[in-house]
Design a protein around this ligand. Structure first.
Ligand code: PGA
Length: 249
């Protein structure tokens, strides 16, 4: 059985005052029945880990460099994330693919670096609206999966997040059939590449405008093992609704 996972991606949001949201979350879910992960900005990582200390809620980074150290101004290594208290890292988010031109090869190298220091990776894939309209969704996802996911992946160190770019922060969500089609496709690809054992143990998250109001329907879709949540992870109340919905699946 795959353990469900509710992951929050705070993106470039939050200063010290936002830690109060984590304290609220910690009080509500000291020991949640599903895995819960919060990925705050790197500046808050250490304080977030402290605020959630004593609970089973994990913290993670939003990106890392592929190198272990060196002359890379402004960058953060996987080891530094772990040192600050992270146990996971999001990689290949579409905003990084777009803003920094990150390619599948870059993401694979980052994922290797993260896995090498024992971080779990949440590798994001997803199509643009143009690609969906041109019926290229599965081709695009297939290419991102084979290019971004390293060979050393296991059910422990890999989570895949399907995030259609056009659904992120827009309030638009694919139909449940569309989500199911892509998640079944990702599962089949992982089983083909890594064998049934590993392929079936990797958790698949849906991301893109997940809210407390639509979470239950999305979580009922086959091969959806949880969500990667942006906007609705910033407020403890909203994120709690999503954790509750996932706990009831
Ligand atoms: P959203 O973002 O929930 O605000 O749509 C999701 C994401 O980008 O991970």
């Amino acid at each position: 059985m795959r353990r469900k996972l509710a992951a929050g991606n705070w993106k470039m949001n939050g200063t010290a005052t936002a830690l109060a949201e984590l304290e609220t979350l910690a009080r509500a879910f000291p020991s949640p029945s599903v895995d819960v992960l919060i990925c705050p900005p790197a500046t808050l990582l250490h304080r977030a880990a402290k605020a959630l200390g004593g609970t089973d809620i994990a913290v993670g980074g939003q990106d890392c460099h592929a190198a272990t150290s060196g002359a890379h101004t402004g960058d953060i290594s996987a080891d530094m994330l772990a040192d600050a208290g992270a146990t996971s890292v999001i990689l290949g988010h579409s905003e990084r693919r777009e803003d920094y031109g990150e390619q599948n090869d870059d993401i694979r190298a980052k994922a290797r670096a993260a896995m090498d220091v024992g971080l779990k990776t949440v590798i994001c894939v997803g199509e643009s609206l143009e690609q969906r309209d041109a019926a290229n969704t599965l081709d695009i996802i297939g290419g991102q999966l084979s290019g971004s996911i390293p060979d050393q992946s296991t059910g422990e160190n890999l989570v895949v997040a399907y995030e259609p770019i056009w659904a992120i922060g827009t309030g638009k969500v694919p139909t449940l059939n569309e989500i199911g089609e892509v998640h079944d496709f990702i599962r089949a690809r992982l089983e083909r590449r890594f064998g049934e054992g590993v392929g079936r143990s990797v958790r698949l998250l849906y991301g893109g405008s997940v809210k407390p109001t639509n979470a239950s329907d999305i979580f009922a879709v086959s091969n959806v093992d949880g969500a990667l949540v942006g906007g609705a992870s910033l407020k403890a109340l909203d994120f709690s609704g999503i954790i509750d919905a996932l706990s009831k699946v």
